[in-house]
Design a protein around this ligand. Structure first.
Ligand SMILES: NC(=O)c1ccc[n+]([C@@H]2O[C@H](COP(=O)([O-])OP(=O)(O)OC[C@H]3O[C@@H](n4cnc5c(N)ncnc54)[C@H](OP(=O)(O)O)[C@@H]3O)[C@@H](O)[C@H]2O)c1
Length: 274
C-alpha cells in the first residue's frame, strides 16, 4: 500500500478527509495526487506538497492525475460520476482500482462505463473520517481482485474502520453509519434545547450534554459491557431514570428509528433510479 500511487478525483469534504488520513498514516506525499474544480483549491493542495490540478484551469486534469494511478478515489458529487467516468474511460490502467464514494451510484453503473476495469469498489464513508474515526462501508464488484479489495480497505482504514458488506446492504449502511453523525447531532441538539428550557446557560447545557455523551462513549469502550447493562446500572427500580426510559418506550423510539432508516433507504432507491 505505501508504494501505491493514489489519485483523488474530486477532493472536497470527503475526499480531503481521506487524503488527510492517508498523509497522517505516513503515505508518501509524492505518491498522492488530487483534482478539484477550483484553481485556488488546487494551489492550496500544491502548497502542502500534493500534486494537484483544477479542472477550471486544466480541463484534462482528471485524466492526467488518474492516468498513472494504482488507486483512483472518486470524490465528486453523485451526479458528476457519469461525466468523470466518461473522461477516464480508456485513460486509466486496466488494473487500476476505481473506488467510488458516491451515494446511489451502483457498481453495475460503474462497470457499464468502465467495461475494461474489473477492480471496481463502492464505498460509503462518514464524516468522522475527518478526525480518523470514520466508519466506511465497502462493497466490491464481482470481478475485483483480492489485492484490489485489500488496497481499498487499507486506504479507508487510514481514516477509521472498514465494514465489508454486500452492495445490497449499502443503502441500510448509508442510513446507519453514513448518515449516522446526523442522527447523533440531531439528538444532541434536542437534548441541549431541553437543558436550556430548564434554565441552564448555553455553556452549561453544552457542557452537560456533550460531556455526558463523551463520557458515556468512553465508559462503553473501556468497560467492555453492553449498553443494556450500563443503562441498567443507572436505572434504579422505581427511580427517576426508569421514568425516562418508560417515557421513551411509550413513544416507541425504536419504531421512530426504524421508520427513519426505511425513509432513508427508500430515498436512496429513488436517487439510484433517477
Ligand atoms: N460528505 C459526506 O458526509 C459524504 C459521506 C459519504 C459519501 N459522500 C460522497 O462523497 C462525494 C463527495 O461529497 P462531498 O461532500 O465531499 O462533496 P464536496 O465537498 O462538494 O466535494 C466535491 C469535490 O469535487 C470537486 N469537483 C467538482 N467538479 C469536479 C470535476 N469535474 N472534476 C474533479 N473534481 C471536481 C470539487 O472541487 P471544488 O471544491 O473546487 O468545487 C470538490 O473538491 C459524493 O459523491 C458523496 O455522495 C459524502
Amino acid at each position: 500500500m505505501d508504494k501505491l500511487r493514489i489519485a483523488f478525483i474530486g477532493t472536497g469534504s470527503m475526499g480531503s478527509a481521506v487524503l488527510e488520513g492517508l498523509i497522517a498514516s505516513g503515505h508518501p506525499r509524492e505518491l498522492i495526487s488530487a483534482t478539484v474544480r477550483t484553481e485556488s483549491k488546487a494551489q492550496a493542495l500544491r502548497a502542502r506538497g500534493i500534486s494537484a490540478l483544477a479542472t477550471e484551469t486544466s480541463p484534462d486534469a482528471n485524466q492526467l492525475m488518474a492516468g498513472d494511478a494504482d488507486l483512483i478515489v472518486l470524490g465528486v458529487k453523485p451526479y458528476q460520476i457519469a461525466d468523470v467516468l466518461g473522461e477516464l474511460v480508456g485513460e486509466i490502467g486496466k488494473n487500476s482500482v476505481v473506488i467510488s464514494m458516491a451515494a446511489g451510484i451502483q457498481l453495475a453503473t460503474m462497470a457499464s462505463q468502465l467495461p475494461e476495469n474489473p477492480n471496481l469498489i463502492r464505498t460509503m464513508p462518514n464524516t468522522p473520517a475527518l478526525v480518523g474515526k470514520g466508519v466506511t462501508g465497502l462493497a466490491s464488484g464481482p470481478n475485483a481482485s483480492a489485492e484490489a479489495v485489500t488496497a481499498a480497505t487499507e486506504l479507508f482504514e487510514a481514516v477509521g474502520v472498514v465494514v465489508k458488506i454486500e452492495e445490497s446492504q449499502i443503502d441500510a449502511l448509508s442510513a446507519i453509519s453514513g448518515s449516522g453523525p446526523a442522527w447523533v447531532f440531531y439528538i444532541i441538539e434536542q437534548w441541549e434545547k431541553i437543558a436550556l428550557e430548564k434554565g441552564f446557560s448555553q455553556a452549561d447545557a453544552k457542557l452537560m450534554v456533550r460531556q455526558t455523551l463523551a463520557g458515556s462513549i468512553a465508559l462503553l469502550e473501556s468497560s467492555g459491557e453492553e449498553p443494556v447493562e450500563l443503562r441498567r446500572r443507572v436505572t434504579s427500580p422505581g427511580g427517576t431514570t426508569e421514568r425516562i426510559i418508560a417515557t421513551l418506550d411509550q413513544a416507541d423510539l425504536r419504531s421512530i428509528f426504524s421508520a427513519s432508516l426505511e425513509a432513508a433507504v427508500s430515498r436512496a432507491r429513488e436517487i439510484a433510479n433517477s
